[in-house]
Write a protein that binds this ligand. Structure first.
Ligand code: CP
Length: 300
């Protein structure tokens, strides 16, 4: 029984296998190879893309979905513990996909559940299925993953998609630029992670002058829900707004990714740029999640 809790749970070969499977599913997006299976979709924290693309993937694989998109209709409101909730639901299904605001909650669920657990995002920690769809999007737009300049912009501190993606890309030949205000700089543990693997990286505070040799700009939202101090959020919330004029002089192959949701960090005018890829990126999530689920069930 294999869980997907952190992107580091998958080897490079497994990552490449998932990307290859995703390509097969994109080619044939309805494959009822999981008929009779039940997948529980447990979202203790809000989601649009992750939950609905997982549920779409489950349906396209012929399996059934049970679950909840918030806990207000569950016995969590009566005081039932996380432990008892997972112990119970794992008796009703063949796999659990879960999101939680607490870092480590999916790891703990994986330890007590009798069925595989997929982390659909835990606090500021990890978002491995997003990382796999980000890698698939990079591969589709660039034709390769090795040898790319990846520029990440926004919240490097609390951004779980940043943390997962930099760990996955560290298995490839990657050069990073991280652009954030000092308050949202990359945590030291991730700097150490990169240095130990001899992955080159720069840290900057402004977009202007920093993206001329980027192959990918990975924009992120400053996440209000991660701040304890609302004044600190107000100070940094609009620090970066990507505009078309900032893309002048950038490489032709540059593509802009964003895990979404967007708040203000990409001007709506950029949506019409041929370099904008964040909405096609959402579609890739369905094929990648079909690949993850079928791989963990061992049917692909
Ligand atoms: N990318 C992402 O995790 O989006 P949602 O929060 O809408 O699932």
């Amino acid at each position: 029984m294999k869980n997907l809790i952190s992107i580091t749970d998958f080897t490079k070969d497994e990552i490449l296998k998932i990307l290859s499977l995703a390509g097969e599913f994109e080619h044939r997006p309805y494959q009822p190879i999981l008929e009779g299976k039940v997948v529980a979709s447990l979202f203790f924290e809000p989601s649009t893309r992750t939950r609905l693309s997982f549920e779409s993937a489950i349906n396209r694989l012929g399996a059934r979905v049970i679950g909840f998109s918030d806990t207000s209709s569950t016995s969590v409101t009566k005081g039932e513990s996380f432990h008892d909730t997972i112990m119970t639901i794992s008796n009703y299904c063949d796999m659990i996909v879960m999101r939680h605001s607490l870092e480590g909650a999916p790891r703990y669920a994986g330890e007590i559940s009798r069925v595989p657990v997929v982390n659909a995002g835990d606090g500021a920690n990890q978002h491995p299925s997003q990382t796999l769809l980000d890698l698939y999007s990079i591969l589709k737009t660039q034709g390769r993953i090795d040898g790319l300049n990846i520029t990440m912009v926004g919240d490097m501190k609390y951004g779980r998609t940043v943390h997962s993606l930099l760990q996955a890309l560290s298995q490839f030949d990657t050069r990073f630029t991280f652009i954030s205000p000092p308050e949202l700089a990359l945590p030291e543990e991730y700097r150490i992670y990169l240095r130990e693997r001899n992955i080159p990286f720069d840290e900057k505070t402004v977009i202007e002058g920093s993206v001329s040799d980027s192959d990918i700009i990975y924009m992120t939202r400053v996440q209000r829900e991660r701040f304890n101090d609302p004044i600190e959020y107000e100070r940094v919330k609009n620090v970066y707004v990507l505009k078309n004029e900032m893309l002048e002089g950038t490489r032709d192959n540059l593509r802009i990714l964003h895990p979404l949701p967007r708040v203000n960090e990409i001007d709506y005018g950029v949506d019409n740029s041929p370099k904008a890829y964040y909405f096609p990126q959402t579609e890739n999530g369905v094929y990648v999640r079909m690949a993850i689920i079928s791989y963990l069930f061992g049917v692909k």
